[in-house]
Design a protein around this ligand. Structure first.
Ligand SMILES: [Zn+2]
Length: 306
Protein backbone atom coordinates (compact mmCIF):
# COMPACT_ATOMS: atom_id res chain seq x y z
CA UNK A 1 0.00 0.00 0.00
CA UNK A 2 1.06 3.56 -0.73
CA UNK A 3 2.08 5.51 2.39
CA UNK A 4 -0.35 8.43 1.88
CA UNK A 5 -3.27 6.12 1.15
CA UNK A 6 -2.48 4.08 4.26
CA UNK A 7 -2.34 7.19 6.46
CA UNK A 8 -5.70 8.37 5.05
CA UNK A 9 -7.33 4.93 5.49
CA UNK A 10 -6.18 4.62 9.10
CA UNK A 11 -7.36 8.18 9.84
CA UNK A 12 -10.76 7.50 8.25
CA UNK A 13 -11.12 4.28 10.28
CA UNK A 14 -10.23 6.16 13.46
CA UNK A 15 -12.82 8.87 12.68
CA UNK A 16 -15.43 6.12 12.31
CA UNK A 17 -14.34 4.44 15.54
CA UNK A 18 -13.08 1.37 13.67
CA UNK A 19 -10.01 -0.78 14.12
CA UNK A 20 -7.48 -1.54 11.41
CA UNK A 21 -5.87 -4.92 10.72
CA UNK A 22 -3.01 -4.56 8.25
CA UNK A 23 -2.38 -7.54 5.99
CA UNK A 24 1.08 -6.34 5.02
CA UNK A 25 2.71 -7.43 1.76
CA UNK A 26 5.98 -6.68 0.01
CA UNK A 27 5.09 -3.06 -0.62
CA UNK A 28 5.80 0.57 0.22
CA UNK A 29 4.55 0.41 3.79
CA UNK A 30 5.85 -1.78 6.59
CA UNK A 31 5.66 -2.17 10.37
CA UNK A 32 7.21 1.28 10.89
CA UNK A 33 4.17 2.86 9.22
CA UNK A 34 1.85 0.59 11.22
CA UNK A 35 3.49 1.93 14.38
CA UNK A 36 3.49 5.56 13.17
CA UNK A 37 -0.18 5.56 12.13
CA UNK A 38 -1.41 3.43 15.06
CA UNK A 39 -2.73 0.37 13.20
CA UNK A 40 -4.49 -2.09 15.55
CA UNK A 41 -2.83 -5.29 14.36
CA UNK A 42 -0.44 -6.79 11.83
CA UNK A 43 -1.55 -10.06 10.25
CA UNK A 44 1.09 -12.68 9.33
CA UNK A 45 4.56 -11.15 9.44
CA UNK A 46 5.41 -9.36 6.24
CA UNK A 47 6.33 -5.81 7.10
CA UNK A 48 8.18 -6.59 10.33
CA UNK A 49 11.53 -7.91 9.02
CA UNK A 50 11.14 -5.63 5.97
CA UNK A 51 11.28 -2.65 8.34
CA UNK A 52 14.63 -3.88 9.70
CA UNK A 53 16.48 -4.46 6.42
CA UNK A 54 19.63 -2.65 5.42
CA UNK A 55 18.25 -1.31 2.14
CA UNK A 56 16.24 -3.77 0.07
CA UNK A 57 15.89 -7.51 0.35
CA UNK A 58 18.44 -9.46 -1.68
CA UNK A 59 16.02 -10.64 -4.37
CA UNK A 60 17.44 -12.32 -7.52
CA UNK A 61 17.13 -10.08 -10.58
CA UNK A 62 14.36 -12.22 -12.06
CA UNK A 63 12.16 -12.11 -8.93
CA UNK A 64 8.46 -11.81 -9.73
CA UNK A 65 6.10 -11.10 -6.82
CA UNK A 66 3.14 -12.24 -8.92
CA UNK A 67 4.65 -15.70 -9.37
CA UNK A 68 3.66 -17.16 -6.01
CA UNK A 69 6.38 -19.81 -5.96
CA UNK A 70 8.88 -16.94 -6.25
CA UNK A 71 7.04 -14.82 -3.72
CA UNK A 72 6.92 -17.47 -1.01
CA UNK A 73 10.35 -18.92 -1.80
CA UNK A 74 12.08 -15.60 -1.19
CA UNK A 75 9.81 -14.72 1.72
CA UNK A 76 11.61 -17.66 3.36
CA UNK A 77 14.89 -15.79 3.09
CA UNK A 78 13.66 -12.51 4.52
CA UNK A 79 14.07 -12.85 8.29
CA UNK A 80 17.79 -13.74 7.98
CA UNK A 81 18.35 -10.36 6.30
CA UNK A 82 16.79 -8.34 9.13
CA UNK A 83 19.36 -6.40 11.15
CA UNK A 84 18.90 -7.57 14.79
CA UNK A 85 19.37 -4.07 16.26
CA UNK A 86 16.96 -2.48 13.82
CA UNK A 87 14.51 -5.29 14.47
CA UNK A 88 14.50 -4.63 18.21
CA UNK A 89 13.66 -0.99 17.47
CA UNK A 90 10.81 -1.97 15.09
CA UNK A 91 9.37 -4.34 17.70
CA UNK A 92 9.61 -1.79 20.49
CA UNK A 93 7.96 0.88 18.28
CA UNK A 94 5.11 -1.55 17.61
CA UNK A 95 4.71 -2.16 21.36
CA UNK A 96 4.91 1.56 22.21
CA UNK A 97 2.22 2.37 19.63
CA UNK A 98 -0.01 -0.55 20.68
CA UNK A 99 0.22 -2.47 17.41
CA UNK A 100 -0.76 -6.08 18.12
CA UNK A 101 0.66 -9.00 16.14
CA UNK A 102 -1.21 -12.04 14.85
CA UNK A 103 1.63 -14.10 13.35
CA UNK A 104 -0.35 -17.04 11.82
CA UNK A 105 2.68 -19.34 11.95
CA UNK A 106 0.67 -22.30 10.70
CA UNK A 107 -0.28 -20.98 7.29
CA UNK A 108 3.33 -21.19 6.10
CA UNK A 109 4.18 -24.53 7.69
CA UNK A 110 4.03 -26.31 4.31
CA UNK A 111 7.01 -24.17 3.32
CA UNK A 112 9.25 -25.78 5.95
CA UNK A 113 7.79 -29.30 5.68
CA UNK A 114 5.70 -29.95 2.59
CA UNK A 115 5.18 -33.66 3.24
CA UNK A 116 3.76 -32.96 6.69
CA UNK A 117 1.31 -30.42 5.32
CA UNK A 118 0.12 -32.69 2.52
CA UNK A 119 -0.47 -35.69 4.76
CA UNK A 120 -2.39 -34.40 7.75
CA UNK A 121 -4.40 -37.29 9.28
CA UNK A 122 -7.74 -35.42 9.24
CA UNK A 123 -7.64 -35.14 5.46
CA UNK A 124 -8.81 -38.80 5.34
CA UNK A 125 -12.28 -37.99 6.69
CA UNK A 126 -12.67 -34.21 6.72
CA UNK A 127 -11.11 -32.72 3.58
CA UNK A 128 -13.86 -31.62 1.20
CA UNK A 129 -13.13 -32.54 -2.45
CA UNK A 130 -13.47 -28.90 -3.55
CA UNK A 131 -10.75 -27.82 -1.12
CA UNK A 132 -8.70 -30.91 -1.99
CA UNK A 133 -8.72 -29.83 -5.62
CA UNK A 134 -7.91 -26.23 -4.68
CA UNK A 135 -4.82 -27.40 -2.78
CA UNK A 136 -3.37 -29.08 -5.90
CA UNK A 137 -0.47 -26.87 -7.05
CA UNK A 138 -1.61 -24.41 -9.71
CA UNK A 139 -0.72 -20.80 -10.54
CA UNK A 140 -4.50 -20.18 -10.75
CA UNK A 141 -5.10 -20.81 -7.03
CA UNK A 142 -3.77 -18.39 -4.41
CA UNK A 143 -1.57 -20.29 -1.95
CA UNK A 144 -1.24 -23.45 -4.11
CA UNK A 145 2.30 -22.65 -5.21
CA UNK A 146 4.34 -25.74 -4.31
CA UNK A 147 4.84 -27.00 -7.90
CA UNK A 148 8.64 -26.77 -7.78
CA UNK A 149 9.30 -26.55 -4.04
CA UNK A 150 12.81 -27.72 -3.16
CA UNK A 151 14.63 -29.16 -0.16
CA UNK A 152 16.67 -25.94 -0.13
CA UNK A 153 13.46 -23.88 0.16
CA UNK A 154 12.45 -25.96 3.20
CA UNK A 155 15.88 -25.50 4.79
CA UNK A 156 15.65 -21.72 4.40
CA UNK A 157 12.10 -21.72 5.74
CA UNK A 158 13.12 -23.69 8.83
CA UNK A 159 15.68 -21.03 9.64
CA UNK A 160 13.12 -18.34 8.77
CA UNK A 161 10.77 -19.79 11.39
CA UNK A 162 13.48 -19.79 14.06
CA UNK A 163 14.15 -16.07 13.65
CA UNK A 164 10.46 -15.20 13.24
CA UNK A 165 9.48 -17.10 16.39
CA UNK A 166 12.25 -15.40 18.37
CA UNK A 167 10.96 -12.01 17.17
CA UNK A 168 7.40 -12.81 18.27
CA UNK A 169 8.73 -13.95 21.65
CA UNK A 170 10.82 -10.75 21.99
CA UNK A 171 7.79 -8.65 21.02
CA UNK A 172 5.70 -10.32 23.76
CA UNK A 173 8.54 -9.91 26.28
CA UNK A 174 8.46 -6.16 25.63
CA UNK A 175 4.74 -6.12 26.41
CA UNK A 176 3.35 -6.61 22.90
CA UNK A 177 -0.04 -8.27 22.45
CA UNK A 178 0.21 -11.50 20.43
CA UNK A 179 -2.99 -12.85 18.90
CA UNK A 180 -3.81 -16.22 17.43
CA UNK A 181 -5.29 -17.00 14.02
CA UNK A 182 -4.69 -19.42 11.19
CA UNK A 183 -5.87 -18.18 7.76
CA UNK A 184 -7.31 -21.64 6.95
CA UNK A 185 -8.67 -22.59 3.56
CA UNK A 186 -5.26 -22.15 1.91
CA UNK A 187 -1.89 -23.94 1.77
CA UNK A 188 -3.17 -27.30 3.11
CA UNK A 189 -4.75 -25.70 6.20
CA UNK A 190 -8.26 -26.64 7.28
CA UNK A 191 -10.69 -24.86 9.57
CA UNK A 192 -11.12 -26.55 12.96
CA UNK A 193 -7.71 -28.20 12.85
CA UNK A 194 -5.21 -25.55 11.80
CA UNK A 195 -5.96 -23.23 14.69
CA UNK A 196 -4.94 -26.00 17.09
CA UNK A 197 -1.71 -26.48 15.15
CA UNK A 198 -1.23 -22.70 15.45
CA UNK A 199 -1.45 -23.06 19.25
CA UNK A 200 1.25 -25.75 19.10
CA UNK A 201 3.47 -23.42 17.08
CA UNK A 202 3.02 -20.61 19.65
CA UNK A 203 4.23 -23.14 22.22
CA UNK A 204 7.19 -23.93 19.93
CA UNK A 205 7.92 -20.19 19.79
CA UNK A 206 8.61 -20.34 23.53
CA UNK A 207 5.29 -19.53 25.15
CA UNK A 208 3.90 -21.51 28.09
CA UNK A 209 0.65 -23.32 27.16
CA UNK A 210 -1.35 -21.04 29.45
CA UNK A 211 0.03 -18.00 27.62
CA UNK A 212 -0.78 -19.72 24.33
CA UNK A 213 -4.41 -20.10 25.46
CA UNK A 214 -4.33 -16.43 26.47
CA UNK A 215 -3.24 -15.48 22.92
CA UNK A 216 -6.29 -17.26 21.50
CA UNK A 217 -8.78 -15.91 24.06
CA UNK A 218 -8.06 -12.74 26.05
CA UNK A 219 -5.57 -11.29 23.57
CA UNK A 220 -7.79 -11.97 20.55
CA UNK A 221 -10.69 -10.29 22.37
CA UNK A 222 -8.45 -7.28 23.02
CA UNK A 223 -7.43 -7.04 19.37
CA UNK A 224 -11.12 -7.08 18.39
CA UNK A 225 -11.95 -4.44 21.02
CA UNK A 226 -14.22 -6.89 22.86
CA UNK A 227 -12.12 -7.22 26.00
CA UNK A 228 -15.01 -6.01 28.15
CA UNK A 229 -17.26 -8.97 27.25
CA UNK A 230 -15.24 -11.76 25.66
CA UNK A 231 -12.06 -13.77 26.19
CA UNK A 232 -12.44 -14.62 29.88
CA UNK A 233 -15.03 -16.43 31.94
CA UNK A 234 -16.86 -13.69 33.86
CA UNK A 235 -20.39 -13.22 35.14
CA UNK A 236 -22.44 -11.30 32.58
CA UNK A 237 -19.94 -11.79 29.72
CA UNK A 238 -20.64 -13.68 26.49
CA UNK A 239 -20.65 -17.41 27.21
CA UNK A 240 -18.31 -18.62 24.45
CA UNK A 241 -16.75 -21.73 25.91
CA UNK A 242 -15.45 -25.11 24.76
CA UNK A 243 -15.53 -28.15 27.04
CA UNK A 244 -12.66 -30.49 26.30
CA UNK A 245 -12.01 -34.09 27.29
CA UNK A 246 -8.51 -33.63 28.69
CA UNK A 247 -6.28 -30.85 29.90
CA UNK A 248 -4.80 -28.69 27.10
CA UNK A 249 -2.17 -27.38 29.52
CA UNK A 250 -0.84 -30.92 29.73
CA UNK A 251 -1.14 -31.51 25.99
CA UNK A 252 -2.46 -28.99 23.47
CA UNK A 253 -3.23 -31.92 21.15
CA UNK A 254 -6.36 -32.76 23.17
CA UNK A 255 -7.89 -29.68 21.49
CA UNK A 256 -7.79 -31.27 18.03
CA UNK A 257 -11.36 -32.14 17.01
CA UNK A 258 -10.27 -35.77 16.64
CA UNK A 259 -8.30 -35.70 19.91
CA UNK A 260 -5.09 -37.65 20.40
CA UNK A 261 -3.81 -41.00 21.72
CA UNK A 262 -3.30 -41.94 25.35
CA UNK A 263 -2.53 -45.08 27.34
CA UNK A 264 -5.37 -45.75 29.77
CA UNK A 265 -5.49 -48.95 31.89
CA UNK A 266 -2.95 -50.58 29.60
CA UNK A 267 -4.93 -49.79 26.45
CA UNK A 268 -3.95 -47.28 23.77
CA UNK A 269 -7.11 -45.26 23.17
CA UNK A 270 -8.20 -42.24 21.15
CA UNK A 271 -8.91 -39.52 23.69
CA UNK A 272 -9.48 -35.78 23.99
CA UNK A 273 -11.34 -33.60 21.52
CA UNK A 274 -13.93 -30.90 22.08
CA UNK A 275 -17.09 -32.38 23.65
CA UNK A 276 -19.34 -29.31 23.86
CA UNK A 277 -19.14 -25.93 22.20
CA UNK A 278 -21.07 -23.10 23.84
CA UNK A 279 -21.59 -20.00 21.69
CA UNK A 280 -23.52 -17.02 23.09
CA UNK A 281 -24.91 -19.41 25.69
CA UNK A 282 -26.19 -21.94 23.10
CA UNK A 283 -24.83 -25.45 23.65
CA UNK A 284 -23.72 -27.48 20.61
CA UNK A 285 -22.82 -31.16 20.61
CA UNK A 286 -19.33 -30.92 19.10
CA UNK A 287 -19.13 -34.66 18.36
CA UNK A 288 -22.41 -34.50 16.42
CA UNK A 289 -21.19 -31.43 14.50
CA UNK A 290 -18.00 -33.28 13.63
CA UNK A 291 -20.02 -36.25 12.36
CA UNK A 292 -22.10 -33.85 10.23
CA UNK A 293 -18.92 -32.56 8.58
CA UNK A 294 -17.69 -36.11 7.99
CA UNK A 295 -21.02 -37.07 6.38
CA UNK A 296 -21.03 -33.94 4.24
CA UNK A 297 -17.50 -34.71 2.99
CA UNK A 298 -18.25 -38.36 2.19
CA UNK A 299 -21.45 -37.39 0.34
CA UNK A 300 -19.52 -34.78 -1.68
CA UNK A 301 -16.83 -37.34 -2.51
CA UNK A 302 -19.43 -39.88 -3.63
CA UNK A 303 -21.12 -37.21 -5.79
CA UNK A 304 -17.76 -36.20 -7.29
CA UNK A 305 -17.07 -39.81 -8.35
CA UNK A 306 -20.36 -40.13 -10.25
ZN1 LIG B 1 -3.22 -13.62 4.30
Amino acid sequence: MDQDIMEAVVQEARDLGMRVAHHVGVEETDARHDAAYGVTSIEHWYGVPDAALRGSQNFPYGYNYNDESDRFRYAGRLWREADPKKLQKVLSDMVANKVSWCPTFVIYEANRDLQRAKNQPWFTDYLHPVLEEYFVPSPANHGSYHWNWTTTDEVFWRENYQIWMKAVRAFADMGGVVGCGEDAGYIYMMYGFSLIRELELHHEAGFHPIDVIMHATGNNARILGLEDRLGRIRRGWLADVILVEGNPLKNLKVLYPTGTLDLIDGEVVQTGGVRWTIKDGFVYDAKALRQDVKDLVSAARAAAKK
